[in-house]
Design a protein around this ligand. Structure first.
Ligand code: GMT
Length: 374
């Protein structure tokens, strides 16, 4: 198939899923055309069957806000015609879904161009609920030729809140279990834990929904019981406040803020436990990446996370904001070696058996066929 993919090319789960999906589809023989305003962070455009088409959003003094949505629609229509695309697959409803709808209309006299919208979370649970976007989000879902959701929880939420009647197909997020795999020797760990300390890791876009300050508080609490350090990977609005809090709590020496990184698997597999104290996660991709590397997560019982982590089996789930209970679980996992070994093995097993690319990518391929044959 010839597939156009649009996503936010920045550091965030939906862009990562879209990029990894495109790469996996290309290795399976499909022609993938990324139509985005910048090269997605994990995309190497030199890979065979991967094409990248930049959306240029030119500005004019009259515009207070450049019309990205329209520039994207034009580019989608143009790429679809030039490269004979079979379908468009857009990630994150706002505004990608509306742009795809316009592209479908623009090309309708010459070709059939169905589009699939994948809902990722905040497009439904946060941004889509805003009165300025509610009606258009609902409309864009109803207009999509196919809609997928990355968790059952998000599907339920979409149907309840938006009252849409078209089917929302759940296709869970996935991880490449060869790239994301454990390293029993944990080569390079001494760089981050020079005195043999235990190592915690957090990865996110440091937005308020991630509650990054809770990671710092958890570290401070954990250090009252055992020697541990924390790697903070990523960047965003709450990095500054988290750095400040680390200073206030006297743990700044034990936290490394590493900023945005590529090849995060090489960092994840050095850690003992991954922290995901989010206010909301429709799936929790970082936890899955950790699990595939044999690093169990201590996460919050929100959104789609319980579809990924089974409490006490392959990780722990605690309440949002309850730093004491999350820290207690981290201490348990760090100090009880047989427990850690069990959790780590079960986490890897969950990734392998339920969420690996070999299991999930064919679900997208079958869904594409289904939509094309409607
Ligand atoms: O976090 C966001 O603001 C949106 C989005 C993104 O682009 O990072 O994240 C969502 O999509 C990820 C990939 O499908 C999911 O793993 C995240 O759980 C989800 N974030 C939220 O629901 C907060």
């Amino acid at each position: 198939m010839r597939i156009g993919i649009t996503c936010y090319p920045t550091y965030g789960g939906s862009g990562i899923v879209a990029t990894e999906l495109g790469l996996e589809l290309a290795t399976r023989g499909h022609d993938i055309h990324f139509i985005t305003y910048a090269n997605p962070i994990r995309l190497d455009p030199n890979i065979p069957r991967i094409h990248y088409h930049e959306v240029e959003v030119s500005n004019y003094p009259l515009f207070q806000y450049p019309p990205y949505c329209l520039a994207l629609a034009s580019r989608m229509a143009d790429v679809a015609e030039s490269y004979q695309l079979d379908l468009l697959h857009v990630h994150y409803a706002i505004p990608h879904s509306i742009s795809a709808m316009l592209a479908r209309q623009m090309t309708q006299s010459r070709r059939k161009l169905p589009f699939i919208t994948t809902l990722h979370g905040t497009d439904i649970t946060l941004v889509g609920l805003d009165p300025s976007y509610f009606a258009i989000t609902k409309f864009s879902i109803e207009e999509s030729d196919g809609v997928t959701s990355i968790s059952e929880d998000l599907r339920r939420h979409t149907e309840e809140v938006f009252g849409v009647s078209n089917e929302v197909r759940v296709i869970h997020n996935f991880v490449n279990c060869s790239t994301y795999s454990p390293d029993p020797k944990r080569k390079g760990r001494e760089l981050h834990a020079p005195n043999g300390e235990k190592l915690l890791i957090h990865l996110s876009n440091f937005r308020p929904v991630k509650r990054v300050n809770d990671c710092i508080r958890i570290l401070a609490e954990v250090r009252r019981h055992t020697d541990a350090r924390l790697l903070m990977v990523g960047d965003g609005p709450d990095r500054g406040p988290a750095e400040h809090l680390a200073g206030q709590l006297g743990v700044q020496k034990y936290v490394d803020f590493l900023g945005k990184r590529n090849n995060v698997e090489s960092l994840i597999r050095l850690a003992d436990v991954l922290l995901m104290p989010s206010e909301m996660e429709s799936f929790g991709l970082a936890a899955l990446e950790g699990m595939a590397c044999g690093v169990p997560a201590v996460a919050t019982r929100v959104g789609g996370v319980p579809e990924l982590i089974t409490h006490g089996v392959d990780g722990f789930l605690e309440e949002v904001g309850n730093v004491a209970s999350q820290a207690a679980r981290v201490v348990e996992a760090l100090t009880d070696e047989p427990l850690h070994t069990r959790l780590a093995a079960a986490a890897r097993q969950t990734a392998l058996t339920r969420f690996c690319t070999e299991r999930i990518i064919p679900q997208y391929e079958r869904y594409y066929e289904e939509v094309l044959n409607r």
